[in-house]
Ligand binder design. Structure first.
Ligand code: CUA
Length: 322
């Protein structure tokens, strides 16, 4: 299995946005308090064992009032510690639900969970400026992003540890969460609710770009698929439209409008295949198309039986969809 699918690390301990900063601070508070409590308990246990060893085995137990005071003090300290942790959790969690009022207009995206991939729809107030992509959520840095979380089948959960906590994608319900990426980079996201056989391979990338780079990307995504520039690519498009691919996938501008599988209009521009399972290279793509059940058993893509020349043309065409 390849390990270099993305450059960044999926970690709560490398925060890249305001919510992640709060979660990070909360993580440290819990870690430090837990370590101090553990050391205190271990020390008390050690002390008790040491004293027990020095006590005569026969005769009445000593120091009962002292023990009662010690237990009462420990109980009070425990309650106070838990109260501090609860308060810190609430203070960290509350602002996460509310986008900053005076900031830029948030970018609104719909993230739709499917077994086992992510459909991502960019809404736009202006007609025909919205677009759909898959398994890759590009966002501009420094701008709030509102995720409207929806599911088409079972419960999934959207989680990008470097940026924000989890939100469940529940069938028949729209949940919302917001986040902001302050540092440009790639952040791995993962489905965090068991959703069937390939739950573990239901990953995605959040790619945070400087605003100008994001706008350039979005503008390319709004365009329909590039026209084939040579006979090989034209043959590849014909293979796509002639085989069963177009029953499930959309390539805008070609007459392929399947809606049950990822939109491939700009498939060549994506980093990964099969929701973060493989790097998007020609060899991996060929293996995935010919035998997807080998790569990701149980997924809903059927194998495709193509002549070698047709497969090569199809791969060249899909790669050209930048
Ligand atoms: Cu989707 Cu786990």
């Amino acid at each position: 299995m390849e390990t270099d699918l993305y450059s960044g690390l999926q970690s709560v301990l490398a925060p890249a946005g305001p919510q992640a900063d709060r979660i990070y601070a909360l993580w440290w508070l819990f870690a430090v308090v837990s370590v101090v409590v553990w050391l205190g308990v271990a020390a008390a246990l050690g002390l008790a064992l040491w004293r027990r060893g020095r006590q005569p085995l026969a005769g009445p137990p000593r120091g009962e009032p002292g023990k009662v005071r010690a237990v009462a003090a420990a109980t009070a300290l425990t309650v106070a510690t838990l109260f501090i942790l609860v308060t810190a959790s609430v203070l960290a969690g509350r602002p996460m639900g509310m986008p900053p009022a005076a900031a830029l207009k948030p970018l609104v995206v719909e993230v739709i969970g499917h077994q086992w991939w992510w459909e991502i729809r960019y809404r736009d107030d202006v007609e025909n400026r919205g677009f759909t992509t898959a398994n890759e959520l590009r966002v501009p840095t420094g701008r709030p992003v509102v995720v409207r979380a929806i599911s088409r089948d079972v419960i999934h959960s959207f989680w990008v540890p470097n940026l924000v906590g989890k939100i469940d994608l529940v069938p028949g319900k729209i949940n919302a969460i917001w986040f902001q990426a302050d540092v440009a980079g790639e952040y791995r996201g993962q489905c965090a609710e068991f959703c069937g056989l390939q739950h573990a391979k239901m990953a995605f990338l959040v790619i945070a770009d400087e605003p100008a780079a994001y706008e350039a990307w979005a503008e390319r995504q709004r365009q329909p698929a590039a026209e084939p520039a040579d006979p090989l690519l034209a043959r590849g498009r014909d293979v796509f439209l002639g085989a069963q691919c177009s029953l499930c996938h959309t390539i805008r501008g070609t007459g392929a409008y399947g809606r049950v599988a990822p939109d491939l209009t700009h498939a060549g521009s994506r980093r990964t295949l099969a929701a973060g399972t493989l790097r998007n290279t020609r060899g991996n793509l060929g293996g995935w198309i010919v035998d997807p059940q080998h790569v990701k058993p149980g997924n809903f893509m059927p194998p495709t039986n193509l002549a070698a020349g047709d497969l090569q043309a199809l791969l060249a065409y899909l790669e050209s969809l930048q």
